[in-house]
Design a protein around this ligand. Sequence first.
Ligand SMILES: Cc1cc2nc3c(=O)[nH]c(=O)nc-3n(C[C@H](O)[C@H](O)[C@H](O)COP(=O)(O)OP(=O)(O)OC[C@H]3O[C@@H](n4cnc5c(N)ncnc54)[C@H](O)[C@@H]3O)c2cc1C
Length: 468
Amino acid sequence: MRAEPIMRGLRKAAERPNLYDAAHLSDTWEAMTTELKPPLSHEDAYIEAYRCLLCGGPHNPAPCTVACPADVDVAGFMEAIINGDPVTSAGIIASTNPLGGTCARVCPTEELCEGACVLNLQGQRPVDIARLQRYAMDQAEKVGDLLVPDKAPATGARVAVVGGGPAGMAAASRLAELGHGVEVFDAYSNTGGLVRAAIAPYRQVFDPLPTETSRLLELGVKFHLGAELTPEQVATLRDRYSAVILAIGMGEDSATGTPGSGLPGVWNSLPFIAAIKSGNFPEVGEHVVVVGGGNTAMDVAREAVRLGAAKVTVVYRRTREEMPAFWVEYEEAVEEGVEFAWLTNPIRYEGRGYLERVVCQRMELSEPDQSGRRRPVPLQGEELVVEAGTVVEAIGQRPRTSLLARVEGATFDSGRLVIDPFSGRIGTSAFFGAGDAVNGGATVVEAVRLGKIAAEGAHDFILERSSR
Ligand SMILES: Cc1cc2nc3c(=O)[nH]c(=O)nc-3n(C[C@H](O)[C@H](O)[C@H](O)COP(=O)(O)OP(=O)(O)OC[C@H]3O[C@@H](n4cnc5c(N)ncnc54)[C@H](O)[C@@H]3O)c2cc1C
């Protein structure tokens, strides 16, 4: 179902004589934005939903719902589609996931709901839950239904949310539903955080973020965009708000510190992707080398293929077994022609005025380290030189520790903001943490889950304070 549109997009990219010629830029954009999970027609949606066994019940949720961090009632929304009522279906989704349209496009469903679908056990293809969720949300959007839930009576309390990405949006949605006055602060001029800035355009460019934001506005949430708060401003929010949610995500790319990384042609992953998402495509060499083994590295490699690189190689210092990227991401990258060099680590970038080659060190695996994965160690004397015009380092992001330096009780463990897992609360303070800042970087739907927990935690905290 999915392979043909991808291949069409890739063929277009490969056929281009001059990628940066203005006449071909629209082709590049088309290749880059050809969706991996295109929308379903009414007929296909009905037929696909009909495959669902509607597992579970009030006291035994279906395996797909159990696997969904946002607790979406999959069987409930499938039944509404079967009954010809996609807007009701969308309402069921939105009632537990305010980013239901985004998640339908970006969730690693193979690892979550679709991976848990009982049809897998019968040797059948799982129900295409992601595309059915997208279908329902799209239909609601088409009829202009923002799916705004009922609001509890106003409590009079005001809550500040720092960060308008998925965690902040989910927290703001829930807090507004509970009757609190909510104000979201974000450094970007738009909502969505990394969804807008980093998620691969062949999954999602911007839509449906504007609709998801409109829903929050309808709920009464106020946004202060383009408002980058200082550590001092974050710490003193407590003086003006009953509670503060910190949904600040992770910071810039971690750097490998490889000598020569100042050469033109050497990129960090986030600026590389941000350039692509804004349509200012980075000019790539014939051979693009991507450093890293996570999902971001897979995205960058697949984006480089779409940019028209003749060859894309991911270099990773361990092996496939230790690589943190999801299997499906790896397999799809291989399907699109990405090559992998295992047990290989760049030690120098070289070139006269521009990157020309990457000098790599061969590695071997020794004893397991703190992460439980076997530690890569250099194989002395085993170097190889890889000709490449572009290298993109994608080895993870740095935590924003300094932003929270003045927040009462804020501590980090291995770069993750420490919270109470049941309430999101930071120590005994009025601050609550959510999203990537807490888990070190995961998925949109995990950020939604943590945003909801922090909102409930802040709500309980406010009620408790007001009943004293
Ligand atoms: C390259 C890449 C690809 C990804 N692809 C996927 C995918 O396909 N599917 C998926 O589910 N997940 C994906 N993810 C992960 C997903 O994007 C994140 O897990 C999710 O966005 C985390 O949400 P968040 O709200 O915690 O943080 P973010 O989305 O990072 O949002 C944090 C917000 O806080 C704001 N902020 C930070 N500091 C300040 C400050 N001082 N003042 C004001 N505002 C501030 C930022 O501007 C930002 O908008 C990807 C991540 C990356 C890096």
